[in-house]
Ligand binder design. Structure first.
Ligand SMILES: [Zn+2]
Length: 393
């Protein structure tokens, strides 16, 4: 504690602004299991927690570590249909109700496994807790690493997501009269969140992702801009496969800060999926955690208050490294590149061979890069011409 106070004072002396932050976590996260061959490993959350702890980032004087509590049925019906909730409950008991496949449940992406309802309630409760602490002013930033399950629809499981915690967290804020912007940097399009707010100008949703021509869920094209009152309030930045940090940071910077400035939200909710990093097995983007951090820093700068959620990430060491770096940024702390030895000793052979937390820089070059740049510029041009004029403060 003494040491932390010293660190605190030293940082204050360098003129660094101090934020109150909350990290939402529960040891139970890692006890759930989608099945041996399923790419989504809840154990990645424990790995992240442990890496963050080994850097001493849970005992900073202005950072709280809060135990996640499960969401109630009433919380879940802020977005989901009651019939669907009943199917999820049965599924969680290992019972497959007739017609479960119509709700997206079954072998494959959204398996029925014991505890699936408890898992969904817990991660939703975590994101709601993050929203509540930020809304009440208790903290400036809250990070719910288990959240960001952005594909779930009103009565349909999709893309490993049973309950859409970003939508429920946003609804809880809107109910309190808050103006919310949602920014999603996962490799996959935030289709469930876009769908929930497609016809309203109350919530601005922005998703930057690998193009739906190449990747699940096959949506998220720039021409999907919202309907009725929501026209202009759904923004999509599809990126070509193999895009690198330079293109990612360029596209983000050209679109997201100016839109946030125009929309003037009270709170930004963001999804920080890291399946966009180069070694992820499920997508084809070539970002590194350096580009990720640059974008996270910008996200922090543009957010008056900030609810940060986790998201995709199927290379578990990438997840732990990237979200540890993100949590350090949220707390204005610069951490050394060398991963603490006690962590490495415990997790040797789990993708931490370099012993460093930051990735090597990676840049695409040549003709292919110029082709990608042109594609991205066309998308950005469309958004600036067609979408920017529709956004009102
Ligand atoms: Zn994803």
């Amino acid at each position: 504690m003494e040491e932390n106070m010293e660190l605190h004072q030293a940082l204050k002396k360098c003129g660094k602004e101090f934020m109150k932050t909350a990290f939402i976590y529960n040891d139970k996260f890692a006890t759930f299991d989608y099945g041996r061959d399923h790419p989504l490993k809840p154990s990645r959350l424990k790995l992240t927690y442990e890496l963050i702890r080994s850097y001493g980032l849970l005992s900073l004087p202005d950072a709280l570590c809060v135990e996640a509590e499960p969401a109630s049925d009433e919380d879940l019906v802020l977005f989901h249909d009651r019939d669907y909730i009943e199917v999820l409950k049965a599924g969680g008991e290992g019972i497959r109700l007739p017609g479960a496949e119509y709700f997206g449940l079954g072998p494959g992406d959204n398996p029925i496994f014991k505890g699936l309802f408890e898992w969904s309630r817990l991660i939703t409760g975590a994101s709601l807790q993050a929203a509540k602490m930020v809304e009440s002013g208790e903290v400036d930033i809250a990070f719910s690493i288990s959240g960001g399950l952005h594909h779930a629809m009103r009565s349909m499981a999709s893309g490993f997501c049973y309950v859409n915690d970003p939508v429920i967290a946003i609804m809880s804020l809107v109910k309190k009269g808050r103006r919310v912007a949602y920014v999603d940097i996962d490799a996959h399009h935030a289709d469930g969140v876009q769908d929930a707010f497609y016809a309203t100008d109350m919530v601005l949703t922005i998703s930057i992702h690998e193009t739906g021509n190449m990747l699940f869920p096959g949506t998220g094209f720039e021409r999907e801009t919202g309907k009725e009152n929501g026209r202009g309030y759904s923004v999509n930045i599809p990126m070509p496969p193999y895009s690198d940090d330079e293109l990612f940071v360029f596209a983000f910077t050209e679109i997201v800060p100016p839109l946030i400035q125009k929309f003037r939200p009270d709170i930004v909710v963001s999804q920080l999926g890291v399946d966009s990093l180069h070694s992820d097995p499920l997508a084809h983007l070539n970002y590194t955690n350096n580009g990720f951090c640059e974008v996270v820093r910008k996200m922090k700068d543009i957010s008056p208050k900030w609810v940060a959620l986790g998201g995709g990430g199927y290379d578990v060491s990438n997840v732990a490294k990237a979200w540890t770096l993100a949590w350090a940024i949220m707390n204005n702390v610069e951490i050394p590149d060398e991963i603490p030895k006690d962590f490495l000793d415990r997790h040797a052979g789990e993708g931490f061979r370099s012993g460093k937390i930051r990735d090597d820089a990676y840049t695409e070059k040549g003709e292919q890069k110029e082709k990608m740049r042109k594609e991205v510029e066309e998308v950005l041009g469309f958004i600036k011409d067609e979408v920017f004029p529709l956004i009102r403060a």
